[in-house]
Design a protein around this ligand. Sequence first.
Ligand code: GLN
Length: 236
Amino acid sequence: MQKTLRIGHLYPKLLNIYGDGGNIITLKCRAEWRNLNVTIDEINTGDDSIKEHDIYFIGGGQDLQQIEVSKELQKHKEFLIQERDRGAVFLGICGGYQLLGHYYLPHNGEKLMGISLLDAYTVAGNKRFIGNVTAETEFLTPKTLVGFENHSGLTYLQGDTKPIARVVTGNGNNGKDKTEGARYKNVFGTYLHGSVLPKNPHFTDYLIELAIGEKLAELDDSIELNAHNALINKAY
Ligand code: GLN
């Protein structure tokens, strides 16, 4: 019987900058290329309940859009914590990543509350980090993750929430401790836009395999990895 991968796309109308919607397309294609059936539900402002999904995705956005999403997410906080603890996969990019932590404190205005899926917090820095990032993981082959960052938020990890990679080129979480991204259970956050998944096919497959609980058949990723390798250690 054909397996189904259920994707929940959180607030695509608000958090979808720098091509982050391309991550949904990549998850869909790479799952369908392995004969998985894929369903995609959008969760938008005003939706009062969320069904169970195997993968949740939340993209990046400017402070203004984060204010609305921060408020909306509080309605679903308990449910999404249960989903995390059930083993659902989450991928948050930049602004979305920040809201998977405890809070994001922008330059001006109130603290934007997150949903604490990650034991992390973010405070706005004085400098905007813009450019390509190369970071090294310990769980992927190839080890590298590449992408584009554009954020002023500085994210700090605590407790059992650990970075997904060590920064080689670029700034990552805060430009100080050389960490990039975060993971707790199957919740992943990263500052890598671009979108991150098309040029990191190995990371995409890792997330899908976590979500369905089985290994995927190999694909010829030569084109994707050519794009990946072209970005390694490239600052701009
Ligand atoms: N507004 C947040 C920041 O500047 C997130 C930006 C983004 O998602 N690219 O840090």
